[in-house]
Design a protein around this ligand. Structure first.
Ligand code: AMP
Length: 404
């Protein structure tokens, strides 16, 4: 079911209604219309304190309903003024568009106006929109700062700042831009931060820019969603490509393949097309319209396979994605969790297949420690597995014993 452009599928719902959390009647009615009958656990935890203006850190799995958890209080606390009073900063254009789409279904109720400021598309239409006055802005950092420098928008009036995928927004890649944004918004404001992962060092940094935040940790102890089956295929470097092809053949359903490098994403999609598959590509060298077409085509089932770099790993809502393939193991455990979060969304089930070589030994151990279980070893049809050395097997035993 897809309503008003919002991709729908079940996030685990909790008891009670949105009205019990303090959400206003017109908003509750609008939520009913898009199929949100009761709040998810992260929504139930975060909405009441956020409605009173408290700062909140929300830790929950991807797909658990975080967008509404921050959007609803922000919307309820914003009155039309034509000044940007609510600001959501996201790491990728796709996440920004998804959030804007959710807000679009609700802003009309209060006569609010919103804008989405992302790179990869023309500046003038965004400028025009800003000149007409907007109350809520959803943005990626680079384009937001571009508009600020051109004085198209002022952040002086921001009362509520949301950092979606907060760990990523505060890590080294984005930190300089985030610092600039934090200097532009008033220090007296509400700050809401959400993420599926929040390493301690980033959390300490987050707390420095927040005021006495309440912290809600709704992450399952195993760190990734419960419906996920993890599989590890250990192969020689030369067999990675044939392993990828075998995995896409042996597992039915929509498949998201993660590659570390853009060039690999290009050859892999060509290769899979030669195998007769319908394939879309998503990486940062593609134009914004190509990125939107790839994602929409994959969402709607026009492409069975989406080959992507980590650009697609975070926050993107891809309903019914049955199979994740890590052609390359990710650089960090957090990225594994985010990639895995693209499947088994809500209460659905999914498979995460990782292709590893001898170089990935340490990362495999780190992932096993993080998800709380050894990754089951599997063999792909027609691909010779790489033997594990005894020391590695002993390492797995240690992980298992530690967990028991
Ligand atoms: P999010 O984590 O915000 O990306 O949400 C994941 C999915 O759950 C999206 O498809 C939402 O439309 C859906 N969703 C979020 N909250 C609810 C709710 N309270 N009831 C039903 N579906 C929801």
């Amino acid at each position: 079911m897809e309503t008003k452009g919002i991709p729908q599928h079940s996030a685990a719902e909790s008891l009670g209604g949105f009205a019990d959390l303090g959400v206003s009647a017109p908003v509750v009615e609008a939520l009913e219309r898009i199929g949100f009958h009761s709040p998810t656990p992260i929504q139930a935890a975060v909405i009441p304190p956020a409605l009173t203006g408290r700062d909140v850190i929300g830790l929950a799995e991807t797909g658990s309903g975080k967008t509404a958890a921050f959007s609803l209080p922000m919307l309820e606390r914003t009155e039309p003024s034509g000044r940007c009073t609510g600001l959501v900063v996201c790491p990728t254009r796709e996440i920004a568009l998804q959030t804007k789409r959710f807000l679009d279904g609700l802003v009309g109720l209060k006569g609010l106006r919103s804008a989405c400021l992302i790179g990869g598309v023309k500046l003038p239409p965004q400028t025009e929109k800003l000149r007409g006055g907007v109350d809520l802005v959803v943005a990626t950092p680079g384009r937001l700062l571009d508009h600020c420098r051109r004085r198209n928008v002022s952040l002086d009036g921001v009362r509520c700042l949301v950092l979606d995928e907060a760990d990523h927004m505060l890590d080294l890649g984005f930190l300089p831009q985030m610092q600039e944004i934090l200097d532009l918004v008033p220090s007296r404001r509400q700050t809401l931060m959400f993420s599926a992962t929040l390493p301690q060092v980033i959390e300490r940094l987050a707390k420095r820019v927040m005021s006495d935040p309440l912290r809600f940790d709704l992450l399952p102890s195993g760190r990734t969603a419960e419906g996920i089956e993890h599989r590890l295929y250990l192969v020689h470097d030369r067999d990675k490509k044939s392993c990828l092809v075998a995995l896409t053949h042996q597992q039915e359903g929509s498949t998201l393949v993660f590659m570390r490098r853009k060039v690999d994403a290009d050859w892999a999609s060509r290769q899979l097309e030669l195998e007769g598959e319908s394939v879309a590509r998503l990486h940062s060298d593609r134009s914004q319209s190509q990125r939107v077409a790839a994602l929409e085509g994959f969402r709607k089932g026009g492409f069975r396979i989406l080959v992507a770099t980590d650009l697609a790993a975070r926050g993107i809502d891809v309903p019914r994605c049955a199979h994740i393939v890590n052609y390359d193991l990710p650089a960090t455990v957090e990225d594994y969790v985010h990639r895995a979060g693209r499947t088994a969304r809500g209460s659905l089930k999914g498979v995460v297949s990782s292709i590893g070589t001898w170089r990935d030994k340490q990362m495999v151990r780190d992932i096993e420690a993080a998800i709380g279980e050894p990754l089951p070893r599997r063999v792909a049809a027609g691909v010779t597995p790489q033997e594990e050395r005894r020391s590695t097997i002993r390492g797995r035993e240690r992980v298992r014993r530690r967990l028991m």
